[in-house]
Design a protein around this ligand. Sequence first.
Ligand code: GLN
Length: 472
Amino acid sequence: MEIQNLTIKAIHQGLRNKDFSATELVESFLKRIEEENKEIFAYIFVDQEGALQQAKEIDQLIAQGRELPVLGGIPFAVKDNILVKDLPCTAGSKILENYIAPYDATVIKKLKNQKAVLLGKTNLDEFAMGSSTEYSAFGPTRNPLDKERVPGGSSGGSAAAVSAGLAVFALGSDTGGSIRQPASFCGVVGLKPTYGAVSRFGLIAMASSLDQIGPITRTIQDARTVFNIIKGKDPLDSTSFWIEKSDSKFNIKELRAGIPKEFFVKGIDPRIEKLTTESIKRLENEGAKIQEISLPHCTDYALATYHIIMPSEASSNLARYDGIKYGLSVQESNDLKEVYSRSRQQGFGQEVRRRIMLGTFALSAGYYDAYYLRAQKVRTLIREDFRKAFEKVDVILTPTSPTLPFKIGEKTKDPLSMYLSDIFMTAVNLAGIPALSVPSGKVENLPVGIQIIGKPFEEEMILKVGEVVEKL
Ligand code: GLN
């Protein structure tokens, strides 16, 4: 097997056994990036010098016979909305084109402590707003499995990098599906952790009550390894939190899995429905108890609720980009207000401006009660749907995406059809619970993921179920 396709564990052993050096490993990744990134455009920025320097340090450690941490020397990629000290961080936006991060995100600090080797920053929809990575100000990423198609989004660069063997693992962020949907489209594993399980310190905020950082990997075991390193309470993020659930023994024969009856109705590609039903059947054959459940508010209202709460929070978060404090500053006038508005007009793309307008509208006097406040009440109903469902089942299964990876350009003209890609995922963010996308098969040679949703802080449970799907 090629070195770029090895798992974390295999690379760790290879390094320890001196089958290859960390420098050789990193060089082979940099070479492949050089060959393929022009076309796929998974990376916005490659830190060749930094990666080689880190690899050299690993090789010295190994030569001294020192213990290698589990992620020591493992080459990885980071979505370009997560801060790495002294490297550019664009969030896929012109407004941050020349911005250099002054500090490390907590997740980066944790990975640096492990001596994982950062290869570079990956492409994303501008400020993580999108489902295809076409809304990046720097151009679209292509799906490595079919280059005419999108890799999904907004963490499309991270998913494409892992899928194409341009990184062993990558970090993404998920506000309404942005880890899971690109993982599904690129045939890899994506974990959106419980809200708060991973510190958001150093993540460029989109919608703060929904955002979570999580891993994108080729195997479930790799996702577990990375998650266990990055999770945990962080004094720099007051919403971060972790509860260790007792490691009860997992037995597929005792698993109770719920299938929401509302999720298999409108708009879903019948081939995806068939494939998902077959995957569920295989779990049943292994002994899992499958039962129909109901999430009455989710399919009808989650997407609408998400598209009120998300832009409301995003419009507040993005108020800080005023042409003065960060990044692009258009100083064609002496009038401060003019500097603000021209910088924002020229710095933000169309989709970001659309969401700022929608969010500002939903929060404005006279409309707040009708939109934002009502959406928050519906959010509570959605949480309740899940709470009640989890009294009867351990996990909930749905398709990750209702469609196959679509063609580049197919949905950019119609924002509503783009928003519909997230129908099965946004409810999970509104409820703050964890979910995993695992490859479950192919339709016309394109990958299809299944979504496994779990109870808060039961990442280990959904990973175990994911392992069964992976094996089958
Ligand atoms: N695709 C969704 C959106 O456009 C989700 C984005 C995300 O999770 N960052 O809002």
